[in-house]
Design a binder for this molecule. Structure first.
Ligand code: DAH
Length: 364
C-alpha cells in the first residue's frame, strides 16, 4: 500500500487542480474587451472566406455557437446599449451565414449538375440474370401440380439406412439392388438412396392415414455415365393411402399428371410390371407427343413412351408401418425428373444436365 501521507497530498493537489479548472471554465470573457465592430468585421470576413459548407459550419460554431465569445458576452451583458450592439452583431453574422450557405449550396448544385451529368445514350452495365436449372424448373412444376391437387410436399433423406431403402420396401434379402455394385454404401448399413421410395415409409411412420404426398429429390446409383445414365438423378415419389383407394385412382391421378406435363391431348397406358413394394405394379406410358402415336424415333416407332413405375401399395408395406391393409389401401409411383426434362425438350444426352455449360442451360 502507498504511504498514506503521500496519497493525501496527491488528492489535495488533484482537488485543487479541479477547483481551478472549474473557475477557469466559468470565468466569463471580459466583456469590455469585445469591440462589437471589430468582432463583426472579423466574423463577416470569416463567413465570406468559407469555401465550403463544412468550412461555413465551422465558422458558424466559432462565431455564433454556444461557447463563442459573442454568446458569452451576451450572457454577461448588464446595460441596454451593449446588449443592442452585440445583438446587432449577432443578427448581421447570422444573416451573413445564411446567405453564404445559400450561395455555397447553389454552387454545389451547379457543380453537381455540370459534373454528374448522365448520358442516357451510353450503353448500360449489363446485370446478368440467373435462372433456375432445368431440373429445378421441372421439380417445381411437378410440386405445383400436386399442391394443386391437395397433396403435401414431403422432404426425404438422401442418406438412408438399408432398413428404409430395402427391408421396409419389401425387398427380399437377395434383391440385386442391395449389392454394393448397384447402391453406394457409406459404411455399414448406411447408404445413399437409390430411389425416393423410402420417403413413403417415413411419411407413413409419422402419421396415420389419409396420406396424400409427393417427395422429390436426389438419388444415387453406381451407374457409369452415358447418354441415358448418370450416377446422380432426381425422382418424384408419390403416395396416397386412404379408405377405398383403387387402381382407378392411380390411373386418373397419373393421367392428370401426364396431361399437365406433356399436353392435354395425351393418353396414358398402364402395363403390368413388377416392383417389390407394389402389387399389382404397373409401368406407365404416355402417347408420343412428337408423332401423336403414328410412330417416330422418339417413341421408337411404338407410339408410346415409358415414363415410370407405379402400383398399388403392397399390403406387406402397409403392415410394416402398422397400417391395416383391410382398412386402407393406396397407390404409389416413382418417376425420374431428368427423364421428364429430356422427353419434353428432346435432349440428346443426360450428361448435359450436369455439365453446367451455360450455353446449354440458358436455353431453358
Ligand atoms: N422406386 C422405383 C424405381 O426407382 C420406382 C417406383 C415404382 C416407385 C413403383 C414407386 C412405385 O413408388 O410404386 O425404379
Amino acid at each position: 500500500m502507498a504511504d498514506s501521507s503521500d496519497t493525501v497530498a496527491a488528492n489535495a493537489r488533484r482537488l485543487d487542480g479541479a477547483h481551478q479548472g472549474v473557475e477557469a471554465a466559468a470565468l466569463p470573457e471580459p466583456v469590455a474587451e469585445m469591440d462589437p465592430d471589430a468582432h463583426r468585421q472579423e466574423a463577416l470576413g470569416a463567413v465570406a472566406a468559407a469555401a465550403s459548407l463544412a468550412d461555413l459550419d465551422e465558422v458558424r460554431v466559432r462565431y455564433l455557437g454556444r461557447r463563442s465569445a459573442l454568446k458569452l458576452a451576451l450572457r454577461e451583458v448588464r446595460d441596454r446599449e451593449t446588449g443592442m450592439a452585440l445583438n446587432a452583431v449577432r443578427e448581421a453574422v447570422e444573416q451573413a451565414v445564411a446567405s453564404r450557405q445559400q450561395q455555397l449550396e447553389r454552387a454545389e448544385l451547379d457543380r453537381a449538375i455540370a459534373e454528374d451529368r448522365v448520358d442516357v445514350t451510353l450503353p448500360g452495365t449489363p446485370h446478368p440474370r440467373g435462372r433456375l436449372h432445368l431440373v429445378t424448373q421441372v421439380r417445381r412444376e411437378v410440386e405445383d401440380i400436386f399442391l394443386g391437387m391437395g397433396y403435401e410436399v414431403v422432404e426425404g433423406r438422401e442418406v438412408e439406412t438399408t432398413h428404409y431403402l430395402f427391408d421396409a420396401l419389401n425387398m427380399p434379402p437377395n434383391h440385386p439392388t442391395r449389392s454394393p455394385l448397384h447402391t453406394f454404401y457409406v459404411g455399414g448399413d448406411t447408404v445413399l438412396r437409390s430411389e425416393t421410395s423410402p420417403s413413403q415409409i417415413h411419411t407413413m411412420e409419422a402419421k396415420p392415414p389419409p396420406i396424400y404426398m409427393v417427395s422429390l429429390g436426389r438419388c444415387y446409383r453406381r451407374d457409369t455415365p452415358d447418354a441415358t445414365h448418370y450416377p446422380i438423378f432426381h425422382q418424384v415419389e408419390g403416395l396416397v393411402v386412404d379408405h377405398g383407394i383403387t387402381l382407378a385412382d392411380l390411373k386418373g391421378t397419373l393421367r392428370t399428371l401426364l396431361r399437365q406435363l406433356f399436353g392435354a391431348a395425351r393418353e396414358a397406358k398402364f402395363i403390368t410390371h413388377f416392383f417389390p413394394f407394389t402389387e399389382p405394379s404397373v409401368e406407365v406410358l404416355v402417347s408420343c407427343f412428337q408423332c401423336d402415336g403414328a410412330g417416330c424415333p422418339m417413341c421408337r416407332h411404338s407410339g408410346w413412351i415409358e415414363i415410370g413405375g407405379s402400383g398399388m401399395v403392397d399390403p406387406n408395406v402397409l403392415r410394416f408401418v402398422g397400417y391395416d391393409p383391410e382398412e386402407v389401401s393406396g397407390f404409389a409411383f416413382g418417376w425420374g425428373l431428368e427423364r421428364m426434362a429430356i422427353l419434353r425438350h428432346g435432349l440428346p444426352d443426360i450428361r448435359d444436365l450436369w455439365a453446367n455449360d451455360l450455353r446449354f442451360l440458358r436455353q431453358f
